[in-house]
Design a protein around this ligand. Structure first.
Ligand code: NI
Length: 260
């Protein structure tokens, strides 16, 4: 497999501490053409930008994850705005809502999400959205942001999409892309694969969420971007198409969304 665009990875994660430089150096030789390293906090976004500065195939998304939303105020929004000006930053993320872990109070999650969506609109940047067990509120926030600013258009991706086909259609209507990763290969999760099989080809993105969400049959290992081949094969088989062709189309989709 070649031409892989991993649209969601966390190469700043401590699980890469022992050999990060070597892993990143080897990615192009293992079929990875592009990867987006997503920040989860201000310090993590700075680290993602630093890594992106060292590797031409790596770009950064800067944002504050719902787990970190409790500390996100006006001061933090200003600091984030400064990071978003870096030319290696091509998206605002990872942002969203997580009602599964509830590490931050939900009202503060919604506030941080709204604030960052407004920032993305103001700076005309795509957003990388995390939605775990918060489908209704996530859709509501996106709709509000979409209609809130005249003449501008919110765009982005619902990463690791886990909702129903009905929700997928609502998200697609907003012009968003759907990101699919290792979950489509898990035996207990038929829904994401079914949605990935139905998603319009020009709105599909491949991702890992590395070092997490390693696809079968490698579950248990640390996930790295080349594992996307397993995800691509699973989705391509469900769609009755060639996995490399799917990977090529997803690469194009990612470059269109992130303007690369
Ligand atoms: Ni992530």
């Amino acid at each position: 497999m070649t031409n892989i665009f991993d649209t969601h990875a966390h190469y700043t994660d401590s699980r890469f501490d022992p050999d990060r430089a070597k892993v990143l150096q080897n990615l192009p030789g293992r079929g990875v053409a592009l990867a987006l390293c997503c920040g989860t906090s201000l310090p993590d976004s700075r680290a993602a930008l630093a890594l992106a500065g060292e590797h031409p195939f790596l770009y950064a998304a800067c944002g504050v994850h719902p787990h970190e939303a409790a500390g996100f105020g006006a001061q933090e929004a200003e600091e984030l705005r400064a990071l978003l000006r870096d030319p290696r930053c091509v998206a605002l993320g990872e942002i969203g809502l997580d009602y599964h872990y509830d590490f931050s109070p939900r009202e503060q999650q919604r506030e941080a999400f709204r604030r960052q969506l407004a920032l993305a609109l103001a700076l005309n940047l795509p957003v990388v959205v995390h939605d775990r067990e918060a489908h209704e509120d996530a859709l509501l926030a996106l709709r509000e942001a979409k209609t809130g600013a005249a003449g501008q258009s919110l765009r982005g991706v619902m990463h690791c999409f886990s909702g129903s086909w009905e929700l997928a259609q609502d998200i697609l209507k907003l012009g968003f892309y759907l990101g699919f990763g290792g979950a489509v290969t898990f035996k207990n999760a038929r829904k994401p694969l079914a949605v990935a099989a139905l998603c319009p080809l020009d709105r599909l993105l491949l991702e890992t969420d590395a070092p997490y969400m390693t696809p079968e049959p490698c579950r248990g290992q640390r996930c790295e971007s080349p594992h996307i081949a397993l995800t691509a094969e699973k989705i391509a088989a469900a769609r009755g198409m060639d996995a490399q062709e799917l990977t090529d189309i997803c690469n194009e989709n990612g470059r269109r969304l992130f303007q690369l």
